[in-house]
Design a protein around this ligand. Sequence first.
Ligand SMILES: [Zn+2]
Length: 269
Amino acid sequence: MEMEVNGGGGLYSSDEDSQHKDKKKKQREICSSGCERPKSVCLCPYLPPSPIPTATQILILLHPHELRHKLSTAPLLPKCLLNSHTLLGRRLRPGSSPLLDSLLLSPPHLRPPALFLFPGTSSHPSVDLHHWAASHHDHPPHNLVLIVFDGTWNHAREMVSASLPFVSEFATRVSLSFDEQVEGASVFDSELVLRKEPFLGCVSTIEAVARALRVLERDGVEIEERLISVLRAMARFQASNFKPLKPRVKLGKKEKEMKMLCEESSQLL
Ligand SMILES: [Zn+2]
């Protein structure tokens, strides 16, 4: 038993103290067998036994601030998907990635299709991913490149606008439509909300990739289910390890109102 001497010469057991320290140490210990998360919230049992191969190449631009977020889902993607690559930075430009450079330099008729996932605006509209996929005759598209921006809403918007001059040379802006009736509030509000995203449609990166691959891959439904099960496990850990998040505010459709809440929300993150 560990003992310590106090100033008055009496002996006091520090068992409780060392138990507390052990618990703290365990919480800080990082899993070295795959997920690289703290051992107390290890996700290894939920990850696929080996990363799933996809026809789509997935490229994630991760905002440097996201590295500090323990709820970031981006680090899990390369462990789940064989063809996913993460770049750390605030914008995509020539030299950021050999894959993107090769797209830029290919003659348009020989260039594999490329998409970047982000909701459109009036000046930069997006194509619904389902519509895009339906209009492609070779489905699933061969050698498709999917670019995803990972950050808070404001950071992602900044990254997209800084990357536009480059990516719009070879990639189409696509967005995921959300059918509230079918897959809306109940699942994504209660079970899978990991971050205080401001409104339906702002989803975690792994979820956005899962939903896009459902549309783009031949085995899309299974791939989506596999990725969502990792997210569910993460959400369960969050529910038992962190204090609960405030329920998401149900918003009206006015764009101005949404924008205001987006900005407030990202300040909180
Ligand atoms: Zn682990």
